[in-house]
Design a protein around this ligand. Structure first.
Ligand SMILES: [Zn+2]
Length: 409
């Protein structure tokens, strides 16, 4: 086993072992169903020294980002989140036409479009060429590069130093964590601010969100771990907010250690105290996670076995990465779930990795009228239950697998 991605300590403590799984964004074409499919161990460890939860990197980011299927703009709730963040931060930092905003992992420009609309100069840095092209087509300046120390130096040389650096759900996907954070230190103007959002490890543990663990997510952060990593690179976390996104995320605010103009707010110490009270500074809390995960699998399988024995039909909703972790770990294939649907046309006619469940347009639900709709992106369940309210007209019910199995009319 390799060393900790942050501190180098040899990893020997299991957080959870989810068995063998394919890359969760590798959607298959019909031709690929007849080919060999690579599976990799999905085994999360916790570092005994710094408590960073992490999975080993089996494939380089080039492979993962080459044909990345996730387009942020396909979720309405996510777009509203991006817009309200823009309103808040533009006002909080008094950003204007003289400012420069850089987003790392800017995807299809789902967020920067709101800065551009307000006349704040912005640049996206996005490694996946197909989503970067979608952003450029929308008029969002975007450079197709993987961010790190060298990219940061190059951007500074191009006069692109930032008043605000944004990174939403990107920190988890960074293989060279120290290089990435060091790069932000270089790219940030002296009085600048970094905000980053990432799923909160405390929520993952408390709410059993093991399906958010996948090969493309290398690291899982608590505030205490993030604070250590940023501090090691001369950056101070001066504020934190808790968000509803991705089942419970943190938005951290960082500044240069040398910048004394922004004192640390009370929310940082309060959340650190809660994490400590929850046991996140002790290995025992992490090793207890496995039993929770196994019980979730037993409950979901029990429900599906009963439903199928009663002759009921089950369809899935969504084809998110987390759905693939759940389905592969539980061994759920077309023997339990006939098909799934997704709003992203890229996925139509393709198949889920590993389980080979076919993906259709959401219209398919109305045609086939399933008894149960298994909501795979459970973090967006309210939005989805609203969109799919029609299933109630034929007596269909929603099944929400996480945090605890729930069946709703
Ligand atoms: Zn460590």
């Amino acid at each position: 086993m390799a060393g900790c991605r942050f501190c180098g300590t040899v990893l020997s403590h299991t957080f959870v072992d989810l068995g063998m799984s394919p890359l969760c964004e590798s959607f298959l074409t019909r031709e690929q169903l007849n080919q060999m499919e690579p599976f990799y161990p999905l085994h999360a460890y916790v570092c005994a020294r710094c408590f960073l939860v992490q999975v080993e990197e089996y494939v380089g980011p080039e492979r993962i980002f080459d044909d990345y299927a996730y387009f942020s703009s396909y979720s309405d709730a996510w777009l509203r989140h991006a817009q309200s963040y823009t309103d808040m931060i533009v006002s909080r930092l008094s950003l204007d036409a003289q400012s420069h905003v850089v987003e790392l992992g800017s995807n299809d420009g789902y967020l920067l479009q709101y800065f551009v609309a307000r006349g704040v100069p912005a640049l996206g840095v996005e490694p996946a060429s197909n989503v970067a092209a979608a952003a450029v087509a929308k008029g969002i300046p975007t450079t197709t590069r993987l961010f790190g120390r060298e990219t940061a130096k190059a951007l500074v040389a191009e006069g692109k130093q930032a008043d605000l650096i944004i990174g939403n759900n990107v920190l988890a996907q960074v293989t060279d964590l120290n290089g990435f954070v060091a790069g932000m230190k270089t790219l940030l103007k002296p009085g600048g601010v970094i905000t980053m959002e990432f799923p909160h490890l405390l929520r993952l543990i408390d709410e059993n969100q093991f399906d958010t663990i996948y090969h493309e997510h290398f690291s899982y952060f608590s505030l205490m771990v993030a604070q250590q990593i940023f501090a090691a690179h001369g950056l101070i976390l001066f504020d934190v907010e808790e968000l509803w996104t991705h089942g419970g995320s943190l938005r951290i605010y960082a500044r240069h250690a040398e910048d004394t103009s922004r004192p640390t707010g009370p929310r940082v110490a309060a959340l650190l105290a809660r994490e400590k009270a929850a046991g996140l500074d002790r290995l025992e809390r992490y090793s207890a996670f496995t039993e929770q995960v196994e019980e979730t699998k037993r409950k979901l399988l029990q429900f599906l076995i009963t439903a199928r024995r009663e002759g009921k039909t089950v369809a899935g909703y969504g084809a998110p990465g987390k759905g693939n972790t759940l389905l592969n770990y539980c061994g759920i294939r077309t023997d339990f779930v006939d098909y799934t649907v997704d709003r992203n046309p890229y996925k139509h006619g393709r198949f889920l990795p590993g389980t080979h469940i076919p993906i259709f347009d959401p219209e398919k639900i109305k045609e086939t009228r399933p008894d149960y709709l298994l909501i795979l992106p459970w973090n967006l369940k309210d939005e989805i239950m609203g969109q799919m309210a029609e299933i109630r007209t034929w007596g269909g019910q929603f099944v929400i697998p996480i945090p605890a199995l729930e069946v709703q009319r």
